[in-house]
Design a protein around this ligand. Structure first.
Ligand SMILES: [Ca+2]
Ligand SMILES: [Ca+2]
Ligand SMILES: [Ca+2]
Length: 211
């Protein structure tokens, strides 16, 4: 009976053990976007620094890069309508960003959503990402000429902050979102699974007694 219950528990707990959870970014530090044909600023940034002027240092807040909004087109279609656009765009060979989670997090991955407009207006794909204390990751030009994403495996990286450097392949770098996932190591019972398996336990016990 103990063995059966252990097996059932393993099934129940096993379902949740591999779960990855979205990580809440408490703040990120970056310089504001630049002005080109439009303003490619971090429009929703709520920390210190003037996000209505190009290239100002922004600290202690969150904004366009972690607001959950992922641009679904390239920069030209996304930024040409009047008002704030979903991208932050920098006229720089690289851009540094520090993300702060407020507490140590067992990280699983990071995904960067960016524009790969194939050089239109000088905007092109991200060709490399440096993650401090982890290394450099290189990327080819993705197929197509629209928004794209890259994901870096951060398994084993247990941190309260992550520093990255994004390298562009043309003068402009455009990013609309950066997401982190954590390894949710704590096994949490799943009520629905427990409920489904519960009726089977007496049945399994009776069968074992007969044998
Ligand atoms: Ca966003
Ligand atoms: Ca923006
Ligand atoms: Ca491409």
């Amino acid at each position: 009976m103990i063995r059966i219950l252990s097996a059932v528990s393993a099934v129940i707990f096993g379902i949740s053990a591999a779960h990855a959870a979205s990580v809440n970014v408490v703040s990120y530090d970056v310089i504001n976007g630049y002005r080109g044909g439009f303003d490619y600023f971090d429009d929703t940034y709520d920390g210190t620094g003037d996000n209505t002027l190009p290239a100002r240092q922004l600290r202690g807040g969150t904004g366009d890069l972690t607001d959950g909004v992922i641009a679904q087109t390239g920069w030209r279609a996304a930024e040409s309508p009047a008002g704030p656009g979903p991208y932050v765009g920098w006229l720089r060979p690289f851009i540094d960003i520090q993300f702060n989670f407020g507490t140590d997090v067992e990280l699983a991955s990071m995904t960067v959503w960016y524009d790969d407009s194939e050089g239109d207006g000088g905007v092109d794909h991200i060709r490399a990402v440096d993650v401090t204390d982890l290394g450099r990751f290189l990327y080819d030009d993705p197929a197509g000429s629209t928004f794209a994403s890259l994901t870096i495996d951060l398994t084993g990286f247990n941190r309260s902050t992550v520093d990255i450097r994004l390298w562009g392949s043309n003068p402009w770098i455009f990013v609309s979102e950066v997401e982190f996932e954590s390894v949710d190591a704590a096994p949490v019972p799943v009520p629905a699974a427990a409920f489904l398996l519960a009726p089977a336990i007496p049945l399994l016990m009776r069968r074992r007694k007969k044998a």
